[in-house]
Design a protein around this ligand. Structure first.
Ligand SMILES: Nc1ncnc2c1ncn2[C@@H]1O[C@H](COP(=O)(O)OP(=O)(O)OP(=O)(O)O)[C@@H](O)[C@H]1O
Ligand SMILES: [Mg+2]
Length: 204
């Protein structure tokens, strides 16, 4: 339904009979809102586990290296992003697109939590029980305990009105659970936050 709205607005935008300086602005605003709605619906569907995942064999370190540039665009330019990946390749069955969206969501949250210069460290690790872990760590403002218990709830946001939808972490939570993984959060006010997501390692 929304894709019909978007394509109709696109056709209208190209129409020569319009006064583009005035009408163009209205259409651009409508297109922007439609785009935002698509992203919101997408995240809600992932959270509610109604979104169909498309898992495939993915090498996690390669995926993270490929995402590095996009993370740079998505985060504040004052924030340094560091990758600390295992030498060994880490394979798992996962939906690569949803995993990328999840990592970007975690990095945007970290970037928002960093007031001035700070660092986001993305690392990978494998444990004895054949689980692989991806960690996103920051040295931002952290979260008090009462907030930590609520951050995976949909529509919970600690940001100012109009700044956050409170859907990023609920989307990540829904995706990780639907993929048979686990998610952990550690945070200290004034020190930073670490979110780890773990999946079963596929031996190749
Ligand atoms: N790395 C972090 N450091 C400090 N607080 C965080 C961090 N990640 C999440 N939070 C807190 O958890 C809340 C919920 O995060 P979530 O990503 O679900 O929503 P949001 O960032 O507010 O909005 P959205 O992601 O939909 O734009 C945030 O508003 C923030 O208060
Ligand atoms: Mg967020």
């Amino acid at each position: 339904m929304i894709s019909v709205i978007v394509s109709s607005l696109g056709i209208l935008r190209e129409s020569k009979s319009l006064n583009l300086s005035e009408d163009g602005k209205v259409i651009d605003r409508a297109l922007f809102s439609a785009d935002k709605s698509i992203s919101l619906i997408d995240r809600l569907l992932t959270f509610s586990r109604c979104k169909k995942l498309a898992p495939e064999l993915v090498e996690i370190n390669e995926l993270l290296e490929g995402l590095y540039e996009v993370i740079g665009f998505a985060t504040d330019e004052k924030v340094k992003v560091v990758l600390a990946l295992t030498d060994k390749p880490l394979y798992t069955y996962i939906d690569p697109g949803q995993l990328e969206t999840s990592i970007i969501n975690l990095c945007i949250n970290s970037s928002n939590a960093i007031q001035s210069n700070g660092t986001i460290k993305i690392s990978t690790e494998v444990n004895a029980a054949d689980r692989l872990t991806i960690r996103v760590e920051d040295n931002g403002h952290g979260m008090p305990k009462n907030i930590q218990g609520r951050v995976f709830e949909p529509f919970f946001t600690g940001r100012k009105k109009g700044e956050g939808h409170g859907l990023g972490l609920s989307m990540v939570y829904g995706f990780v659970k639907q993929s048979g993984g686990s998610i952990d959060l550690e945070s200290r006010v004034g020190q930073g936050t670490m979110i780890s997501i773990s999946f079963s390692l596929k031996q190749i």
